[in-house]
Design a protein around this ligand. Structure first.
Ligand code: NAD
Length: 471
């Protein structure tokens, strides 16, 4: 980990490298790079014991070239203005890469959520939402938060309820935030979407035979050994889908330590152990490692950093043995480390593509909230009847009868989860294809991160040019 770390500088170094491939004026490029708005808030809350505490919080809206802006709310003790601005910028580029029509934003509340009761977290979330509302930093057409580190569906339900209470008659109030529980206007598949997207993206990358050959690997996910850092929302789900596709989890880095087992770690047993013990260390199915970051250096094919930024730096990059790095987290690799990995021929699948599954499904949730009907509700039964008629015709013309199981399988109409997963898979697969085409145009020496960034900058620039300047 780099000590003199400034997250915005790291993001901007990547931006500058990509901007060299974009034909645009320095002024326009400067506009794309800058953060449009940053809102700092400090407010007081009452702790359960009656004491008063002052809380610092931020919301950054990086780019208004599309509205609403979109990005998670993070609860973590390291949150600061630099971090939210960097994360908001990554959101702008990410949305552009996967064709989600939002500008980028991010919010952060400087607390360690583990040190607060549920009632205190609710008061903090509601007050933060109120502060966003009063300065027009939240709204279905303005700025739409989502979960990030330290927050989840519970907090998003509090955000929605607070906003709806403030804007009683606003029909679309619940579209002010995504990642809500399904019973509160959320969408099936959102909780696992980022991890599922990480899996889809890695599957696309590993399915290119020439790229795998260069790394000395065979195509496909099946049999690949992988390490994950952070068993939270993103890391756990990414690992789950990787394992379902035949990959073997050989190492885990968590906040209180790391573990490894070259023969494989049972993910569900490990999660149960961590729930009981509060740590992964001591898990009977794996050996403890001297430190948590040591897990990043475990012998494997794929490393999935899915915890936080600044984890792979110039200091530890040379010791990383993975041939593919799939960035589940935002900004896990510093610019220096990225260069070292490039020189060693490591394939880095960048955050602004790989973890975009979350915002993609958040976009679907926002659309669902605006249309006030769940996906699949109108057509599921109609499609099933049409498939049945088709199957009847096949039976009649062939004289062969389908079994009840076959009929159920072939005649099933899509429900919301089917459609969400299909939309997510299409987005990740199509965007990877676009990245590969872009890489081909830029030349063999240009890496995927630079390609993705070039792609993103060009799209934002087109929007700015077409919109013109007000007034
Ligand atoms: P989370 O809070 O659910 O999980 C984070 C996990 O990382 C926790 O298990 C925590 O114990 C662990 N962790 C924290 N510090 C660590 C350290 N130093 N070493 C090892 N493990 C550590 O958060 P999340 O929502 O899974 O987000 C993780 C990353 O993914 C963040 O960078 C976030 O910005 C990014 N991301 C999240 C989403 C989403 O939909 N939640 C979408 C895109 C990107």
């Amino acid at each position: 980990m780099s000590a003199t770390y400034k997250f915005t500088e790291e993001v901007n170094k990547g931006f500058d490298r990509a901007a060299a491939y974009v034909d645009a004026s320095p002024e326009l490029l400067g506009q794309v790079k800058r953060c449009d708005s940053l809102y700092y808030i400090s407010f007081r809350i009452r702790r359960d014991d009656g004491t008063i505490e002052v809380i610092d919080a931020w919301r950054a809206e990086h780019s208004h070239h599309r509205q609403p802006t979109k990005g998670g709310i993070r609860f973590a003790s390291a949150v600061n203005d630099d971090e939210v601005m960097a994360l908001a910028a990554l959101m702008t580029y990410k949305c552009a890469v996967v064709n989600v029509p939002f500008g980028g934003a991010k919010g952060g509340v400087k607390i360690d959520p583990r040190k607060y009761s549920a009632a205190e977290l609710e008061r903090i979330t509601r007050r933060f939402t109120f502060e966003l509302w009063r300065k027009h930093f939240i709204g279905p057409g303005l700025d739409v938060p989502a979960p990030d580190m330290g927050t989840g569906p519970r907090e998003m339900a509090w955000v929605a309820d607070t906003y709806a209470s403030l804007c009683g008659a606003e029909l679309n109030a619940y579209a002010c935030v995504t990642g809500k529980p399904v019973s509160q206007g959320g969408i099936a598949g959102r909780a696992e979407a980022t991890g599922r997207g990480v899996f889809f993206g890695l599957r696309e990358a590993c399915n290119i035979p020439e790229d795998m050959k260069k790394l000395g690997l065979t195509p496909g996910i099946d049999g690949k050994r992988f390490v994950v850092q952070g068993l939270g929302n993103v890391g756990y789900h990414a690992a789950k889908f990787m394992i379902e596709a035949g990959a073997v989890l050989v190492g885990v880095s968590e906040i209180r330590g790391g573990i490894a087992n070259p023969k494989g770690i049972d993910l569900e047993q490990l999660m149960a152990y961590r729930r009981e013990q509060g740590t992964v260390v001591g898990f009977p199915g794996a050996a403890p490692l001297p430190t948590s970051p040591a897990a990043l250096e475990v012998e494997c094919d794929i490393l999935v950093p899915a915890a936080l930024e600044n984890q792979i730096a110039a200091e530890n990059a040379p010791r990383i043995k993975a041939k593919v790095i799939g960035e589940g987290a935002n900004g896990p690799t510093t610019d220096d480390a990225d260069q070292l990995l490039r020189e060693r021929g490591v394939l880095v699948v960048p955050d602004i593509y790989l973890n975009a599954g979350g915002v993609t499904v958040s976009y679907f949730e926002w659309l669902k909230n605006l249309q006030h009907v769940s996906f699949g509700r109108m057509e599921k039964r109609f499609d099933e009847s049409a498939y049945r008629r088709l199957l009847d015709a096949v039976e009649e013309s062939t004289g062969k009868e389908f079994t009840a199981q076959e009929l159920d399988f072939f005649a099933r109409g899509a429900d919301e989860l089917d459609l969400v997963n299909s939309g997510l898979e299409e987005t990740m697969a199509f965007s990877y294809k676009q990245l590969l085409e872009g890489k081909e145009e830029l030349g063999p020496d240009v890496d995927l991160r630079t390609t993705a960034m070039v792609h993103a900058i060009k799209k934002v620039i087109v929007a700015y040019e077409e919109l013109g300047i007000f007034p």
